[in-house]
Design a protein around this ligand. Structure first.
Ligand SMILES: Nc1ncnc2c1ncn2[C@@H]1O[C@H](COP(=O)(O)OP(=O)(O)OP(=O)(O)O)[C@@H](O)[C@H]1O
Ligand SMILES: O=C(O)[C@@H](O)C(=O)CO
Length: 423
């Protein structure tokens, strides 16, 4: 890497989560690049933070550990002064992990005897109080996350959840301490360490809580969190919010949205886009499975519409429809088939001249970014909490394109039209 050593080295367990973290760092004044997987060589640009995006949330724990340690070694090679492990603001994990095992392995590798864990992200209504995680107004276990197909979250008590995944003792820094500020948090950390605690869940119900936490975390080799804590760390490196950090090249080219997310928020966003009268095409998994050339049909459909503004191609469907498709094709097969099809459509759209692309869904984003041959993305301005515009060179657009990767449950209802006005 040219210039000064990296300040913050980040490891994210999925692609949209990585841009979410990068977005908060940029807003707090850091220049940030997100890499797709662990880079094979040094970065060729000077930035304050790098977020290495992995797809390690639900893979077997030992693979998640191995990939995270590989990312750590690369970040250390770039001189990273502090490491940040980013997971979901709904603490998505199974009893086997992967938050606990990855945290433990990173602590071991860094020789660290204490770290914190908090998925709090008040801007997106994720708060932690007395160690219990709330999504909106309800406990995590009543938020719909209890029914998640891969990582059902049935226990909102994060001390218990994390303790079930790690051999280190898990403790709590509760809100009464956080509210008193950094000195009180530092004293509590010292007391917890003396008590043999290795990882502490930290309460936060507001951005002020996160900002109070910031300076108390400056000396930790490893911070583990959702994206919320990121708003507080750049100040530890002497950085302040600035528009410069979010500067991207000027936008040009055609506009499109590709959506494979079936989350509640995305369903509302698709409905809103259709209601606004913009062109939208639903693609059908059963026709893909039957071997119909859905990709060519979608691109033929899109071609005449593109000149007059954004188009949407989507597989987004309501839960009953998704269950029916999964029953016929199998859960994994349906997912993979739809992801590959949407990724091929995204690539085709870029070949048709799309240079402003919104992708909805974490897995869908992973597939699209890979199909586009994107190795790294520069992070720009926020569209909505957790979702920034990014700029990336792509095999299909070597001069670069603007791309936004939207987590399933993020974004306002008009996100698919609003996004293009934010460039
Ligand atoms: N109509 C459909 N029927 C069955 N599976 C579908 C359908 N549409 C999309 N899928 C699959 O559902 C999965 C959606 O996951 P994805 O991570 O993209 O969205 P999400 O879970 O809403 O996003 P996030 O992980 O950011 O919260 C993908 O594997 C996708 O291929
Ligand atoms: O933290 C979140 O909620 C998101 O960044 C995410 O990880 C979604 O998959």
């Amino acid at each position: 890497m040219s210039g000064a050593a990296l300040k913050l080295g980040c490891i994210a367990d999925d692609f949209t989560g990585a841009t979410d973290l990068a977005n908060n760092l940029v807003r707090a004044g850091m220049r940030v690049v997100q890499t797709i997987g662990v880079p094979t060589g040094p970065l060729d640009t000077e930035v304050d933070a790098v977020v290495v995006a992995l797809k390690s949330r639900t893979i077997p724990a030992e693979q998640a550990v191995a990939q995270s340690l590989e990312a750590l070694r690369w970040l250390q090679g770039q001189g990273a002064q502090q490491i940040y492990f980013k997971y979901c603001s709904t603490f998505d994990s199974t009893p086997a992990g992967n938050i606990g095992p990855v945290t433990e392995a990173l602590m071991d590798a860094l020789g660290s005897d204490f770290s914190i864990a908090t998925p709090a992200f008040p801007d997106n209504k994720r708060t932690v109080f007395k160690g219990y995680l709330f999504a909106g107004d309800v406990l995590l276990s009543e938020s719909g996350m209890q029914n998640h197909p891969l990582t059902p979250m049935t226990d909102p008590n994060l001390v218990r959840v994390l303790q079930s995944q790690t051999r280190r003792k898990v403790g709590l820094i509760d809100h009464s301490v956080v509210a008193q500020g950094a000195d009180a948090i530092r004293s509590r950390i010292a007391a917890l360490k003396a008590d043999g605690v290795g990882i502490a869940i930290v309460d936060a119900v507001s951005n002020d809580d996160l900002l109070r936490m910031g300076s108390a975390l400056a000396d930790l080799p490893l911070v583990t969190a959702g994206s919320g804590v990121a708003i507080a760390l750049p100040a530890n490196f002497g950085l302040q919010p600035s528009n410069q950090a979010a500067a991207l090249p000027a936008a040009s080219g055609l506009q499109a949205v590709v959506s494979g997310s079936c989350s509640v928020a995305t369903n509302a966003q698709v409905a809103h886009f259709i209601a606004s009268g913009r062109p939208a095409l639903a693609i059908e998994p059963l026709r893909m499975a039957a071997g119909d050339d859905v990709v060519r049909e979608a691109l033929d459909w899109a071609r005449p519409h593109l000149a007059s503004g954004p188009v949407l191609v989507y597989s987004t469907a309501e839960p009953d429809d998704v269950r029916s498709i999964q029953a016929q094709l199998g859960v994994e097969q349906a997912g993979a088939l739809v992801e590959q099809t949407l990724a091929a459509i995204a690539r085709g759209l870029v070949e048709l001249g799309v240079r402003q692309l919104v992708v909805a869904g974490g897995e869908t984003s992973g597939a699209c970014v890979q199909a586009l041959g994107i190795a790294q993305m520069r992070i720009g301005g926020q569209i909505d909490p957790g979702v920034p515009w990014c700029h990336a060179a792509s095999a299909a657009a070597p001069e670069g394109l603007h791309i936004a990767l939207k987590s399933g449950n993020f974004g306002s209802t008009d996100f698919f039209t609003k996004a293009f006005t934010a460039l």
